[in-house]
Design a protein around this ligand. Structure first.
Ligand SMILES: [Zn+2]
Length: 387
């Protein structure tokens, strides 16, 4: 009992020491290629958001332009209608003028006729008056003759007055028409000014749009340029991964390789050989098993990012196995797989599925044999695993 407690304390101390002394090894900085790749990706994101801002602004300007264009076409329509009104008004004015001219002619003719008649009357009157006067036998006859002359003059005067009144009516109508025409012309001036104003706005909008197009083009070519660098950086980074043997450690902690299965059927260290219990052997990793649950075919995930340096059937008892190089001398091994999901040279991300739990090779049941090797030497993986 005491021995067990001591073992537990030792294990705890070992774990503590491993944790304390091993963790600094995992905080190595990311590689230059990775930094460059990340930096370029950030730049691409920034330019992308600039491009989408410019595109939004362009859409807004285009909408404004459409509004201005429709306003211009409304004004143009109004001007066309107004021009028609002006034309109609001009025709009315011409008709009114003709009417006035006719009336004036009528007046002049009437005046001429009247003057002629007056002259004739005068002559006749003078003669008539004379003859009348000579002919009248009484004073009352003389009065009647003079009265008749007077009545003729009054009738002519009335006619002339009537014509003058008609002329005045026409002239008044003409004044109204002139006023209406002036109002229409003022309206035309106003519409022209509005049209001019809209034309200036439209011009400004066009200039803005051209400016935005130029900006967009510049941003697009900047994007293309950085994208080219990004593709190169990505290739460089991947190449670095491919050649990462002996490179810097990828950084971060290792994650548990078979999620949801935490039962360790056989720990790291000395144990009896599963096929011959009389022989002690050193178990170079841990066996992660179902512990009652069905682990067959469960996905095995890369404990950390790295390059696959082995993905094949091992005749040394590992069966189908995968080995991943994480840089800095760290490698992980996953054995007895049912099938593999990666090939040698693949760059795998942390937690990427690399194979499925099986019982291939020297195995007595479905489990994943997991090892961590540091500079080629196996070590107890447990202290390195998160959780
Ligand atoms: Zn094992």
């Amino acid at each position: 009992m005491q021995k067990r407690v001591m073992q537990a304390v030792c294990a705890c101390l070992a774990l503590l020491m491993a944790t304390t002394f091993c963790l600094p090894l995992f905080t190595s900085a990311a590689s230059e290629a990775t930094n460059k790749y990340n930096e370029l990706q950030q730049q691409l994101n920034a330019i992308n958001s600039e491009i989408s801002n410019t595109k939004n602004e362009k859409d807004k300007t285009k909408k404004q332009q459409q509004q201005l264009s429709s306003q211009v076409s409304i004004i143009k329509q109004q001007i066309t209608l107004l021009m028609q009104d002006i034309e109609d008004k001009q025709a009315e004015i011409v008709l009114k003028q003709e009417e006035l001219d006719t009336k004036k002619l009528e007046i002049r003719t009437s005046e001429d006729v009247f003057a002629e008649r007056l002259r004739a009357n005068y002559i006749q009157r003078n003669q008539g008056t004379l003859s009348t006067l000579l002919g009248v036998t009484s004073f009352s006859e003389l009065l009647t003759a003079a009265d008749a002359l007077q009545r003729v003059t009054v009738a002519e005067n009335d006619l002339l007055q009537e014509l003058a009144d008609q002329k005045a009516v026409i002239e008044a109508a003409q004044t109204v028409l002139d006023e209406e025409m002036t109002a229409l012309e003022a309206q035309e001036v106003e519409l022209d000014a509005k049209k001019q104003e809209l034309a200036v706005k439209l011009e400004t909008s066009n200039a803005n749009l051209s400016q935005l197009d130029a900006t967009l083009e510049a941003q697009q070519s900047e994007y293309d340029e950085i994208y080219k660098q990004y593709v190169e950086a990505k290739a460089a980074m991947e190449k670095e991964w491919q050649n990462s043997l002996g490179g810097d450690y990828v950084g971060g902690e290792f994650s548990w390789p078979v999620p949801n299965f935490f039962y360790i059927s056989s720990p790291y260290g000395y144990r009896p050989n599963p096929f011959n219990s009389a022989v002690q052997e050193f178990h170079t990793g841990i066996d992660i098993a179902g512990g009652g649950a069905n682990i067959k075919g469960a996905p095995i995930r890369a404990a950390n990012a790295g390059t696959v340096v082995r993905a094949s059937y091992s005749s040394y008892g590992y069966g189908n196995c995968v080995m991943v190089d994480h840089g800095g001398g760290y490698k992980t091994l996953y054995a007895h797989c049912q099938s593999l999901a990666v090939s040698v040279g693949d760059y795998v991300a942390k937690d990427q599925v690399i194979g499925y739990v099986g019982t291939s090779g020297n195995s007595t049941g479905y489990h994943c044999h997991f090892e961590i090797r540091i500079n080629g030497s196996h070590t107890n993986p447990v202290p390195y695993l998160k959780g």
